[in-house]
Design a protein around this ligand. Sequence first.
Ligand code: FPP
Length: 301
Amino acid sequence: MHPNTPSRLHELSSEEALVYSQLDPSRIPRHVAIIMDGNGRWAGKRTLKRFKGHQQGAESVQFVVETASRIDLPWLTLYAFSLENNLRRPKSEVSFLMTLLKSYLVGNVKRMNDNNVRMAYIGRTLGLPQEIQDTMQWASEETSKNTGTTLTLALNYGSRSEIVDATRSLVEKLIDEAHHRGISLEDLLQVDSLDSRIDEAQLSANLYTAHMPDPDLVIRTSGEQRISNFLLWQIAYSEIFVTDRLWPDFRGVHLLEAIENFQHRERRYGGLGEGTDEHLEGKDDALETPESIAAELLARK
Ligand code: FPP
């Protein structure tokens, strides 16, 4: 948040304010990513066409973004349209989703500005219809000066292809550099080793998400326990929260509940947890040898 921006917590509904009061405001995640799922099932349960589920899902997007902006969540990323959706869904559904995206953007840019929300996108967006790309660009320009939540829509997005794109762009940059120096790629890699030119930091810097922190929390709606090719690299240490609630029924209060659950998790990043009695630092002598453990196990038999 911009340092002089006044708090908007008073704009939370009473239900949201109650959940928010259980949160530690100093530990609001920096980045929440959501796999929005269950639009079709929501419609099916009501004997409505799938399209109705998507329409209702677009309403949920706006509710959730506005709550995110009120609690000052810096980054919210939504999986809106995957590469697989594009390839494997009927053309009529894909074209409906595109029309819905366009009308969502056109209809909500004013509300985005009222909520200080900045729009951004990740994915192979150049593969979307030109008219949709134009509207996307317009919406991001219209909201570019906002300093609150950045809403990133993953569109025509697939994580494996993102990693492929990042690798290609890293290699292209190396080839360009060798060319500018008038030497071969092999010669360039003699000067600087491959290890120093291709590492985790440089691969991250070439992902679509280079400018964002990794998600702290990934939410998936509608009960499926899968990641579905979403931000595979970036969620290495993210907490995952799966809810049975279908996306069209998901509201800001459910985002806050997921954050409350997240705040009870202990993040370990591959290390030992706070509650572990075997803190290793300076206590090497506390480590038992494999032989002594084996002897202890034999003695227990
Ligand atoms: C999954 O529902 C959801 C999607 C295909 C993508 C999410 C799309 C929206 C929320 C609609 C519009 C979004 C914006 C940003 C305007 P599903 O059809 O896979 O549900 P099912 O698994 O129950 O069939």
